[in-house]
Ligand binder design. Structure first.
Ligand SMILES: Cc1cc2nc3c(=O)[nH]c(=O)nc-3n(C[C@H](O)[C@H](O)[C@H](O)COP(=O)(O)O)c2cc1C
Length: 156
């Protein structure tokens, strides 16, 4: 098995771009993810894979819940900002607390999840979140494909 080919294969799996958020001791935390996936309808559940070294994983394990800010196309700058230096991630964002976790304005959709379970997955951990609250807007969602941010072009 060739790791580079595996990475190239996975780069062809189009994913969403979301900011997972948590709040602890009065401090907002946010991390960019593309591993968000729908998991179950009854109950409504999603999964997110977080690197075992991720600060967000440790925080969510302690707080037991997290927000999922599903980014809109015009929020592509957020994707790199929330993967960069932690002290600059919320800079310029007019975020608010919603159900106790940071929520960003202008997203395509929003979820508030409680941690139902987690599963080990190699160097990542799969967080299984039960959806406690959700919202959708009119903004077109941002997509991640071939290591590029963009949006899907409908087939004519
Ligand atoms: C488009 C994009 C998608 C990403 N997806 C994930 C992901 O699904 N899981 C993950 O652990 N890191 C992902 N990352 C990397 C994290 O955002 C990055 O490592 C971040 O610094 C982790 O922050 P933390 O340690 O504060 O949690 C992604 C980064 C980008 C730019």
């Amino acid at each position: 098995m060739d790791l580079h080919t595996f990475k190239d294969a996975m780069a062809r799996v189009t994913g969403p771009v979301a900011i997972v958020t948590a709040y602890e001791d009065g401090v907002p935390h946010g991390t960019t993810v593309s591993s968000l996936a729908s998991l179950s309808l009854e109950p409504a559940m999603v999964s997110v894979a977080l690197d075992n070294a991720s600060a967000m994983l440790a925080i969510v394990r302690r707080t037991g819940h997290f927000g999922v800010n599903i980014l809109a196309v015009d929020q592509h700058e957020c994707a790199s900002r929330f993967a960069g230096p932690r002290d600059k991630r919320f800079f310029g964002s007019h975020w608010e607390l919603s159900s106790g976790v940071p929520r960003l304005p202008g997203t395509s959709a929003w979820l508030h999840c409680t941690v139902a379970a987690e599963a080990a997955g190699g160097d990542h951990t799969l967080l299984l979140g039960q959806v406690a609250d959700c919202w959708t807007g009119v903004n077109v969602p941002l997509a991640y494909n071939l290591r590029t941010l963009g949006s899907l072009t409908p087939v004519p």
